[in-house]
Write a protein that binds this ligand. Structure first.
Ligand code: 1DF
Ligand code: MN
Length: 353
């Protein structure tokens, strides 16, 4: 990376460090993505994000593209250097969700086969999430079943919106049904804002991980709550990165304004739900600190969500920042809560053995 000095390896600790939002990209997917980029009228967010990484000569882009494609020695070496015991790996955003339906359904299977093979080869170092194509909800539900029951994957990755569509639409709820039935969490990972939202972000360079990701994905999570997804699927668990895309910080205002809006019958699309938005956040969401090595932000979120709901992620290779591991090791929280953060919450959320 663009850093001259060597960073000290994190100290040995008495907990395992499990990183829960770690990305990979099969070379075959980059080929499909290249075709989409070169095709007619590609999605502007996709061009901004993936067009950059696949063409920029910068050290950052080259490092990321190289690391994404490895599921073996390079990744293990970087994990060893950073003191990461285990990665929970998922197909990088936007995965198959930018592809046409048939390609998306079949490539999700290819990616899941590859990932599960790497997990079988390195069972103590890697765990993996099932990629699905929301473009075909019935096929996605079947792939969840195959991924969990046959391939041994322990989470489901959804890279936020699918060509501008949100999982709050009941046509997608077969996916939630399968996730709940298989007792497997869905990681709702960011994507760039869709075509009809991205304009003002793109003109000032805020569409990506810096901010647009969080706005779009936080809204997606809220749409699930307000649409009543968790009344219908009370055991469903959603994982949000990036400190919950700021939703814990919003929760007082969300509760107040949600109630005021429902009571005044302002929108047909905002009907009563059983609990406050913040209660669903606490009961149906896990939050990871991906991209945010900030002790005050983590403490606040533990306070709002409970220390059993906040867990560690590095966001390799996008935030391959080894020094952050030691910063987080050094947080002034109890030894019990630190072990929950780095290890036990991920073991519980992903049912790791
Ligand atoms: C970036 C960041 C890209 C994250 C990602 O996937 C990603 C980035 C394409 O910095 O462009 O997953 N992230 O989660 O922060
Ligand atoms: Mn990420």
């Amino acid at each position: 990376m663009e850093q001259a000095q060597t960073i000290a390896q994190p100290a040995k600790v008495d907990y395992a460090r499990i990183a829960t939002e770690e990305a990979f990209a099969p070379p075959e997917m980059l080929k499909i993505w290249r075709k989409i980029l070169d095709g007619a009228d590609p999605d502007p967010g996709f061009v901004s994000l993936i067009g950059f990484y696949m063409s920029s000569p910068s050290a950052r882009a080259r490092h990321i593209i190289e690391c994404l494609q490895d599921l073996d020695q390079l990744r293990l070496q970087h994990m060893d250097e950073a003191g990461i015991d285990r990665q929970v790996i998922a197909l990088t955003s936007p995965g198959v969700q930018v592809m046409d339906k048939d390609t998306a359904v079949s490539f999700a299977q290819v990616a899941n086969d590859q990932l599960s093979e790497a997990v079988r080869k390195h069972p103590t170092r890697f765990s993996g999430m099932v990629a699905i194509a929301p473009q075909d909800p019935a096929a996605a539900a079947k792939e969840i079943e195959r991924g969990v029951q046959e391939l041994g994957l322990t989470g489901i990755i959804v890279n936020s919106h699918t060509q501008g569509e949100y999982l709050s639409d009941p046509k997608f709820w077969e996916i939630f049904e399968a996730a709940q039935a298989n007792d497997t969490p869905i990681y709702l990972h960011p994507n760039t804002p869709p075509r009809n939202m991205i304009g003002p972000f793109l003109e000032c360079g805020l569409d990506g991980a810096i901010y647009g990701f969080g706005v779009e994905t936080g809204m997606h999570a809220l749409r699930l709550i307000t649409a009543g997804v968790f009344d219908r699927f009370p055991k469903l668990q959603i994982i949000l990165g990036h400190m919950g895309e700021a939703l814990p910080f919003w929760s007082y205002r969300l509760d107040y304004m949600h109630r005021a809006t429902v009571v005044s019958k302002r929108y047909a699309s905002m009907q009563p739900i059983k609990k406050k938005p913040s209660e669903y956040l606490r009961e149906n969401f896990y939050i990871t600190n991906s991209g945010v090595a900030s002790e005050p932000a983590i403490k606040f979120t533990q306070d709002m969500m409970g220390a059993d709901r906040v867990m560690y992620a590095m966001d390799y290779p996008y935030q391959h920042a080894v020094e952050e591991v030691s910063i987080l090791d050094g947080m002034a929280i109890s030894a019990e809560d630190k072990k929950r953060f780095f290890q036990s919450n991920a073991e519980a959320a992903f049912r790791l053995k």
